[in-house]
Design a protein around this ligand. Structure first.
Ligand code: PNS
Length: 175
């Protein structure tokens, strides 16, 4: 039995992520989607919110498990002896350098941690969580970019975050 993990920030999960999840789940007996933290990034959704969104987006998919981990991916890999390989999606050559560096770092930290790359589908290659956030914050339609079961929740949450940011910025100017 071959088990792969698909790690990421998923802030929030997009149709690009779901495309990789669906395709990778046909290549392995089991796919564990792991929500992790890049400590150099600031997130709109908490780790438990990101996990809950992924759970909703993958409801009914048979060989998928959703997990989260606050630590190094290489350590997660060490703790889960059932995991064989890391799967990452590549949208463009611009992703490659960073992903290549992470793949080597993970392998250096845990020699068992091999990474395989899956190219994004042509229809989702331009979709990113940060693009989704910008569209949502200005009230744009997200329905083509994020899974339909979570699109309203994501839009409402991101619009509220943007309004709060604007309110705080206005308060600062009043001081
Ligand atoms: O979706 P992202 O933001 O490109 O995902 C990056 C993520 C969260 C997978 C990466 O930052 C990660 O693995 N974070 C956990 C800490 C870690 O192991 N970093 C890689 C070694 S530098």
């Amino acid at each position: 039995m071959k088990t792969a993990i698909y790690p990421g920030s998923f802030d929030p999960c997009t149709n690009g992520h779901l495309d990789i999840i669906k395709r990778a789940s046909t290549m392995f007996d089991k796919l564990i989607v792991v929500v992790l933290i890049n400590p150099l990034k600031s997130y709109s959704f908490s780790i438990s919110e990101r996990r809950a969104l992924l759970e909703k987006a993958t409801t009914g998919m048979k060989n998928i498990e959703i997990d989260s981990y606050d630590g190094l991916l290489a350590d997660y890999f060490t703790q889960r002896s059932d995991v064989d390989v890391i799967v990452k999606g590549l949208r463009a050559t611009s992703d490659f350098e960073y992903e290549f560096q992470m793949a080597h770092t993970n392998k250096d930290l845990n020699s068992r941690a091999e990474t395989v790359f899956i190219p994004a589908s042509a229809t989702t290659t331009f979709i990113s969580s940060s693009m989704v956030k910008q569209v949502a914050m200005f009230g744009g339609d997200l329905s083509k970019y994020v899974p339909s079961v979570i699109h309203k929740e994501i839009s409402t949450r991101l619009k509220a975050e943007f309004e709060e940011k604007k309110r705080l910025a206005a308060l600062k100017q009043d001081l």
